[in-house]
Write a protein that binds this ligand. Sequence first.
Ligand SMILES: [Ca+2]
Ligand SMILES: [Ca+2]
Ligand SMILES: [Ca+2]
Ligand SMILES: [Ca+2]
Length: 368
Amino acid sequence: MMRSAPLLALLLLAACTTAAGVDTPDRGTGRNDTTGEADTSDASDTVATADTAGDNEPADTAVSDTTANTAVADTTPDDTDTAPDTLDADTATADTTATDTAPDTAPDTTIDPACDRDNDGFAALSCGGDDCNDNLARVRPDGSEGCDFTDNNCDGANNEGLDCTFYAHTPSELYRIDPFAGTSTLVTSTPTLWDFDTDTDGTLWGIGPDGLYRFDSGAWSTISGLSGVTGSSPNGFAIDSTGRAYATGGGQVYLVNLDTGTFSLIGNLGGFTSSGDCVVDKSDTVYMSASGFGEDDLVRINGSTGAATLIGSIGFPSVYGLTAAWGFLFGLDASGNIIEINPTTGRGNIVQNFSNRVWYGAASSAGR
Ligand SMILES: [Ca+2]
Ligand SMILES: [Ca+2]
Ligand SMILES: [Ca+2]
Ligand SMILES: [Ca+2]
């Protein structure tokens, strides 16, 4: 039997619609696609095909969305979020920001900023990392060990392999002191000295009531008397990076010629009195401990005029020795204390104590 013309046209139109791939709802409500073409709106496929629009329905279970879900958790962790969401834990790719509430099972390739506060590329111990100080960028597993109070390379030991000692003396004995470890080694005895310091080649020079001394090859030799001293016998002595030697005594500061042993007056200290030592730091600034009321003061001396300026109270009396060592300023007192002094405020802090030791003088380290 022949079909009618209108029925034939309707069947042809249905065939053309299917071939064009528009599936919403192209074959009637409740009928699923079987060929897996892409949705252009929000209907569910039974065959997995990526959505082209970032919808929030947990529809595709095997293929990632091409647009990140921003409001609803993925049911399967995907690795294609451009902005990580807070609800899924990526298992294969690191998040770019630290917003996971569930931890990644694979290590992140970048460290969460909260775990690397000093931004040195190593995570804090509290985050499972190996940065033993996450507040100091110079302290890190690949850091360089230096003479200080810190394990700079996080290997569990401090100042390993380094000689972090300077010379210090009592009324009769010469020691090497490690201010960080709190250890001392007796070197030899001394003549009567008020103070000493090392010159640019490491030689130790001292001054006492009888004059200038030199310590060489394990023995002390007398260089001269106190020629040129006009007032009190100097009790402070320091040599700067150019070999210029200073001595302080009473209210005066002198230049000392190490070749001839003669002292020449630079000037008066402007009312300050030398307590027992002067010192020159890495930048050739001259400091002195001055006798105060009960506690000594730290003062700065103008090396050309001798004029002294108060910095502040050290907080301890009888600071007879000063040393500039590895960037620190240490004071040594008559009670056996090693005191770290803040050169900006003058304030001191006890870092070590050698009981029953009376420190008279200290010499700066080669590196200062
Ligand atoms: Ca760090
Ligand atoms: Ca660090
Ligand atoms: Ca170390
Ligand atoms: Ca160290």
